[in-house]
Design a protein around this ligand. Structure first.
Ligand code: SF4
Length: 176
């Protein structure tokens, strides 16, 4: 069974597999893990992590779609803007764009903020480190720096633009 099939199988068994900011594989809930699951995960750990990474990465740069956002396909752009944005979506977009710009993402703050509108519409619960209060201006994670992010170096500089789930995440003030 290849990694994609194994991933599908494990998800079908109720398991949630994610990559931690430190690059480790996290599987939950432990109560649903059988010995067979553990053995399969152990044997395919690297391939599973590559498969998860491929899912987490934004789509490769493509010709600008109808939204003009290189982080989304034309179809995603259409979904992101279907029916127009309501006031809450506009407010969320503006707050995110302002924060990302302040954190140095001047070139892609708008694109990232727009991509998050689609994320919200898809009820995707993953977050960017850019949305986390623990991301310092120098790119370091303050939770990791305090030694409170299991498995992570205290000098962790997380990739801030990948959607992920992190147990240390706390929404930055002013964001939704
Ligand atoms: S605690 Fe926040 S900044 Fe640190 S890795 Fe997790 S989500 Fe990113």
């Amino acid at each position: 069974m290849g990694a994609p099939e194994l991933l599908h199988h494990l998800r079908g068994a109720g398991l949630v597999l994610t990559l931690t900011p430190a690059g480790a594989l996290h599987v939950a809930p432990r109560s649903a893990l059988t010995d067979d699951h553990r053995a399969a995960i152990r044997a395919e750990r690297d391939a599973l992590m590559l498969a998860l990474q491929a899912e987490a990465d934004p789509p490769p740069p493509a010709p600008p779609g109808r939204s003009g956002n290189p982080l989304m396909t034309p179809e995603q752009g259409d979904e992101c803007h279907a029916g127009g944005w309501d006031d809450a979506e506009i407010d969320a977009y503006l707050a995110r764009e302002a924060r990302f710009t302040r954190l140095g993402r001047v070139a892609d703050a708008e694109h990232l903020a727009e991509r998050l509108t689609l994320r919200d519409r898809q009820h995707d619960d993953r977050r960017l480190c850019l949305e986390c209060v623990a991301l310092a201006d120098n790119g370091r994670c303050l939770v990791a720096a305090r030694g409170r992010l299991p498995g992570a170096s205290r000098r962790l500089e997380p990739v801030s633009t990948i959607l992920q789930r992190c147990e240390g995440f706390t929404l930055a003030p002013g964001l939704t």
